[in-house]
Design a protein. Structure first.
Length: 456
């Protein structure tokens, strides 16, 4: 167990790094297309040089590449990197000999309740792992604060224009509870022009409501599923806050949740994408198209064969090349998020909508069932939360209901929609439950859980 001094030391380091880096990031807000392109090219060459010199994994993949002449357009010549490959060859991926999978795992195990640095230098994070293989990620504290600077710079730039309140902008973050996850770590260590106050999503809903009432935050940030629950609390009069801005992050924001959250709090919702791998993007308030920080990550939208998809087409996955983390190079790293590309902004930044994740589509042989098939669950006024688990021949659905729910009618409607997708004689079970279990560390809900055959 780490002592409080370790967390305070990390806060001080983080504050110093942010103060150094934020002015540059505020300048990036006004970059034009040419300046962004130069930054991407130079950052990519620096990343490749570091990886080739210090990572055996990447040195093999980059053999024969003329890094000094390498261009962003040359990226498709490089192989794709998967999470499975990264985790199985972790010690050969990283570029610092002080870092190993064993040391990072041990540090994460010891840091579940109190944030600190590995070797007094490295931030260690874990992806949720609630729906598959857990990924672990390590970077210098400076690189992490680069990530955080890119995260907060829109709010800071806006505050400079309209005036920042004394003591900085206060935002309540209803997200992960453990600082081995990025949202909780950021809330634990951030200070300066934006102060994040953690309200763990793993707490009972009543306690979350009490904390938010006491805090009365001008900015509310949280998972869409949690914000939807808080919207219901606000409508019922148990939650009584008036945030000026509401931001949904880290889960897909559905149209139904957006409408409920907007109606309850009286402000348009900002949609935000943030991945532990370093990719971030955000919409305008009330907007559906996100603008991504392409000065931080080069992003390719591709099909299942890793070929680029045209504008307006749903990509099967996203390939991310992280330009700010030189300790654990992620070069054409595969994310299973499904983006739809829109025209770039005038500065050449990627703009896209998020269409969910590839692993949220249920497959029954040749039949594919998209999450939108279960829209009847959203349309049922009594349902406040639900989780759909795929079975061999259908689904098991847990629902939390506030009021009367006609389960037989709902079961028939789901079965009808599954049959329309091509699933023959679907088996549908609907169970009324008191609550949906959330991930113990992140507080997230996996809305759609695919079927995994049991091993003999």
């Amino acid at each position: 167990m780490h002592d409080p001094a370790a967390t305070e030391h990390l806060r001080e380091r983080a504050a110093a790094e942010l103060a150094t880096r934020l002015p540059d990031h505020l300048g990036r807000v006004s970059w034009d297309r040419a300046r962004l392109a130069v930054h991407q090219r130079d950052g990519l060459r620096e990343l490749l040089a570091q990886a080739a010199a210090n990572s055996p994994f990447h040195a093999c993949r980059l053999a024969g590449i003329d890094i000094d002449r390498f261009e962003v357009a040359d990226l498709p010549r490089l192989p794709v990197m998967t999470k499975t490959e990264m985790m199985s060859q972790f010690d050969d991926v990283v570029t610092d000999p002080r870092v190993s999978l064993r040391s990072v795992q041990a540090h994460l195990d010891a840091s579940k309740t109190r944030a600190s640095l590995l070797c007094d230098e490295f931030v260690c994070l874990a992806s949720g792992g609630s729906s598959g293989l857990r990924g672990v990620f390590v970077q210098t504290v400076g690189a992490y604060m680069d990530f955080m600077a890119s995260f907060i710079r829109p709010a800071v730039a806006n505050g400079a224009a309209v005036g920042t309140p004394p003591g900085g902008l206060v935002a309540a973050v209803v997200a992960a509870s453990s600082p081995i996850h990025s949202s909780a770590l950021a809330a634990a260590i951030m200070s300066g022009p934006v102060r994040l106050v953690p309200v763990p999503a793993t707490l009972p809903l009543g306690e979350i409501t009490e904390r938010l009432n006491a805090l009365a935050p001008p900015t509310l940030i949280g998972y869409p599923t949690m914000l939807a629950l808080l919207a219901a609390e606000q409508r019922a009069g148990r939650l009584r806050i008036a945030p000026a801005t509401v931001t949904a992050s880290s889960e897909q924001l559905t149209d139904e949740d957006r409408a409920a959250i907007t109606a309850a709090f009286g402000v348009p919702v900002t949609d935000q994408f943030a991945s532990t791998e370093g990719l971030t993007g955000r919409s305008d308030p009330g907007g559906r198209v996100l603008t991504f920080a392409t000065d931080m990550c080069i992003t390719e939208l591709v099909n299942s064969d890793n070929q680029p998809v045209p504008q307006g087409t749903v990509a099967d996955k996203v390939l991310v090349t992280n330009l700010h983390n030189l300790t654990q190079p992620l070069i054409r790293y595969e994310l299973t998020d499904r983006f739809v590309r829109h025209p770039d902004d005038p500065a050449g930044r990627l703009r896209a909508t998020v269409d969910g994740r590839a692993d949220s589509v249920f497959r029954y042989g040749d039949v594919a069932v998209h999450p939108i098939t279960f829209s009847v669950l959203v349309g049922a006024e009594a349902i406040t939360e639900y989780q759909v688990r795929q079975t061999q021949q259908g689904v098991i659905i847990d629902v939390v209901a506030d009021g009367h729910l006609d389960i037989p009618e709902l079961r028939d409607a789901v079965g009808h929609d599954l049959a329309r997708c091509g699933l023959k004689t679907p088996e549908v079970t609907i169970r009324a439950v008191a609550s949906i279990e959330r991930h113990a560390e992140t507080g997230k809900v996996v809305r759609f859980v695919p079927f995994v055959p049991s091993r003999p």
